[in-house]
Ligand binder design. Structure first.
Ligand SMILES: O=C(O)c1ccccc1N[C@@H]1O[C@H](COP(=O)(O)O)[C@@H](O)[C@H]1O
Length: 203
């Protein structure tokens, strides 16, 4: 079974719908540079609507440690997702389980970075280029997804209801992560796109 994370939620209705559709994880984008940014207090209100046994994830990207401490204190997410130039040491410093995004925009040469995060609970392979922001809807060559890594791999980048079944067939990921592919505009999720995405993964 392929797990599903919906990321970049900003509205209560979207959180409730995602939970009702059976997603495994819900992500809040905490980095201020994103169009999907929610401040920690607003994110905590959304988190309160997440039922038990759905993982909540706080996404950060080269943010100040003091801000990440605030996110952990106010939001109390189950996991952190790092999207910037953080090292394994940086990511592990908070004592919270984490995933690390690997920018796959450069293709096969990016795979070398997969071995730099031994403490990550999982690695999220995303389609954007090194130094660029995620959540841009860019795919990468799914056949590059390694099949022999000990850490669970999460496939992200440009997924939507029309391509996710093929992406899973080629990449065989532990989980898929989607943001822009289930939106009508940044941070505003679309009911029909969310429903179609879940159906396509389950099929
Ligand atoms: O969503 C954002 O705005 C964002 C900003 C900075 C870093 C990562 C971001 N999003 C994450 O990128 C992947 C793929 O998104 P998409 O499906 O291609 O839009 C996903 O993990 C988002 O949460």
């Amino acid at each position: 079974m392929t797990r599903i994370k919906f990321c970049g939620l900003t509205r209560l209705d979207d959180v409730q719908l995602a939970a009702g559709l059976g997603v495994d994880a819900i992500g809040f984008v905490m980095t201020r540079r994103s169009k999907r940014f929610v401040d920690p207090t607003a994110a905590a209100r959304l988190r309160d609507a997440v039922p038990p046994y759905i993982t909540t994830v706080a996404l950060v990207m080269d943010d100040e440690p003091a801000f990440i401490d605030e996110v952990l204190r106010v939001l109390r997410p189950d996991m952190l997702q790092f999207h910037g130039d953080e090292t394994d040491e940086d990511c592990a410093a908070y004592g919270v389980r984490y995933t690390k995004a690997i920018a796959m925009g450069e293709g096969a040469s990016a795979l070398e970075r997969l071995h730099r995060f031994p403490r990550a609970a999982g690695l999220l392979l995303d389609g954007h280029g090194l130094g660029e922001q995620g959540g841009s809807g860019q795919c990468f060559d799914w056949s590059l997804m390694p099949k022999d890594l000990a850490q669970p791999l999460i496939l992200a980048g440009g997924l939507d209801a029309d391509n996710v079944a093929e992406a899973i067939r080629v990449a065989r990921p532990w989980a898929v992560d989607v943001s822009s592919g289930i939106e009508s505009s940044p941070g505003i999720k679309d009911r029909a796109k969310m429903e179609r995405f879940i159906s396509a993964v389950r099929r």
